[in-house]
Write a protein that binds this ligand. Structure first.
Ligand SMILES: *[C@@H]1O[C@H](CO)[C@@H](O)[C@H](O)[C@H]1NC(C)=O
Length: 241
């Protein structure tokens, strides 16, 4: 089952060149949204099954999942049919106005008999404004090329904006809830769907500062900051491995 990880590696290298990795010096750019720290939760990512790495400029984070896998068919339990893993990113926002795109790339594997359907939902929301969400969906229909298994790439782009009044900035918590699940119209048909890795990157950052940040000079005018989520788009490709 884990041989597919090795097969995915060349594909990963091609899809995620992480262009910003070498470009900058040691310190993150204070005018950018940066990742302060992160955590995850859910039955698809128990502790000890996830590897995490963050780029030196702290704008890109990559997760590797060892247990984010679903199965359906004879001998499987209901709890095998659906798994979720929520990523929590604690972000530092510069003061001023910021437009940024959250680009998230997911790779995984699907092997589905005829009659089995796999879905992969991702919902993005900020804890500050949890009522507002952006959701993308991938559907994999069993049969055809998926009988032998294929690797997939799900590529999401979600627009975000923030208006932060304190010149030294503030923090925001972005949640990325991923759920993969399988359903079947035929109890003898089988299938598996996994998510093997996720990369979340902050790109196309446009920042307009209103005031220079002077640490220690007070935090400015009130705390009616807004950090919001906008339009999502998603693209999915399946490939033989
Ligand atoms: C149900 O799935 C099994 C295994 O894939 C297949 O042999 C059988 O023909 C399917 N039955 C129907 C009614 O599609």
């Amino acid at each position: 089952m884990h041989s597919k990880i090795a097969l995915l590696l060349p594909l990963l290298a091609a899809a995620n060149p992480l262009p910003s990795l070498q470009a900058r010096g040691d310190a993150p750019d204070p005018a950018q949204i940066t990742i302060l720290d992160s955590s995850y939760s859910g039955n698809g990512c128990p502790q000890g099954t996830v590897s995490t790495s963050t780029s030196p400029d702290k704008t890109v984070i990559t997760y590797g999942f060892d247990a984010f896998q679903t199965y359906i068919g004879p001998g499987t339990k209901a709890s095998d049919h659906s798994k979720n893993c929520q990523l929590h990113l604690n972000l530092k926002y510069p003061g001023g106005f910021q437009y940024a795109v959250v680009d998230a790339t997911y790779h995984g594997f699907a092997r589905l008999d005829q009659g089995v359907t796999g879905t992969f939902f991702t919902t993005y929301y900020f804890s500050q404004d949890a009522g507002k969400t952006s959701t993308t969906k991938m559907t994999a229909t069993g049969g055809g090329a998926l009988l032998n298994g294929q690797v997939y790439t799900k590529q999401d782009s979600v627009e975000t904006t923030s208006v932060v009044w304190s010149p030294c900035g503030t923090t925001g918590l972005l949640n990325v809830n991923n759920r993969i699940s399988l359903t079947s119209s035929n109890s003898s048909a089988a299938g598996e769907l996994s998510n093997d890795d996720a990369t979340v990157a902050f790109t196309q950052q446009v920042h307009v500062a209103w005031k220079a940040c002077t640490p220690g000079a007070g935090s400015g005018s009130g705390n009616d900051n807004t950090i919001g989520i906008g339009k999502p788009s998603s693209d999915v490709t399946f490939n033989d491995y």
